[in-house]
Design a protein. Structure first.
Length: 156
């Protein structure tokens, strides 16, 4: 891919590709968004990515392959099905001269979205409860017991 140009949108990225690669990238994006309808298409690290509670998956076009980057956990979870493709810990290289495994890519994306959902902080969770009652004193002598306890403050 042309690393010298900074892309602002996925459509801009795809428009810079050859028609053949553009068609493949559109098919990948469509398949993932059909599986994750609430997800957002973004450019991150100057390549297309799908975001839902954080980045789910990156994908990029290269001279001889499409690179898929679902983090190491996404590759590990589907290791048997991905064994026929080149890649590494967090990378899958899909050759351009073979059909794109869209079903597999969508399952990987759904798996990664579930991981992100589990890792996302819950609203009103324990951290928020811990902060309740903590008030930094506005004047010396004014200190709430919660602040004193939380900060480890003690009078000598």
């Amino acid at each position: 891919m042309m690393n010298s140009k900074k892309f602002k949108t996925v459509d801009e990225y795809i428009a810079a590709l050859s028609p053949e690669k553009g068609k493949l990238m559109k098919a990948i994006r469509k398949a993932i968004h059909m599986a994750l309808p609430g997800a957002e298409s973004v450019i991150s690290y100057n390549m297309p990515a799908v975001k839902e509670n954080g980045i789910v998956i990156f994908y990029a076009a290269y001279k001889e392959h499409i690179g898929i980057y679902p983090k190491p956990s996404g590759v590990k979870a589907f290791a048997k099905e991905l064994a026929r493709y080149d890649g590494s810990k967090g990378t899958i290289k899909l050759p351009l001269n073979e059909p794109m495994p869209l079903d597999l890519l969508t399952r990987i994306a759904v798996y990664r979205a579930e991981e992100n959902k589990k890792a996302a902080p819950k609203k009103g969770g324990s951290q928020e409860k811990k902060r309740q009652g903590r008030k930094v004193p506005s004047r010396s002598g004014e200190i709430t017991w919660q602040y004193a306890f939380a900060s480890g403050w003690r009078r000598m």
